[in-house]
Design a protein around this ligand. Sequence first.
Ligand code: MG
Length: 218
Amino acid sequence: MHSVNIIGSDKSCRVGKIVCLGRNYLEHIRELNNEVPDQAVIFCKPASSLLGNEGQVVIPSYSNDCHHELELALLIGKEGKEIPEAQALSHVSAYGVALDLTLRDLQARQKEKGLPWEIAKGFDTSCPLSDFIPADMITDPDNLELSLKVNGQIRQQGNTNMMMRSVAQIVSEISAFYTLEEGDIILTGTPAGVGPMHSGDILEGVIEQVGSLRVSVA
Ligand code: MG
């Protein structure tokens, strides 16, 4: 069973599906030479990809290019389908810091062949998550500074106000395709500055008001 901790609560929350948004920050789209999508790019990671705070990432032997992507994570607290944007934030019970680790070489090969690239995103330990902070502690999820350091050096820096889709739009749009259930997690996309990780690296992600996440690479 995979679960996340909620700060201030002695209960943990069992995780359902992990739904991720790609290409949500313009500068990140440009750095990878991707096209700006007219529809949200949505993919899922299995719950078996979860890794807790202070955990160790294991890069699979079939990849030589694992990238970090720092992202704001949402925890769904209430079931909904086709959720109107105006009600979307009431379905988010807590916020966390996430990494969407990506095997960029495998992803590129899959893309070239026109094949789905979820296998580049869903390996064991590919979804490190911090503890979650209750939503009522966050002033405005669409205006939070986020940054990632690798071995003490800043690699990614941004603000959720640079997202092309707001948190409410993301929840609403995903719920048009999938029923969102209590315990589901949503990853909201990454700002610019993604790059490779190597054995022995220490990654530290921080999101204003939300908290921090620290992992090492085996
Ligand atoms: Mg991502």
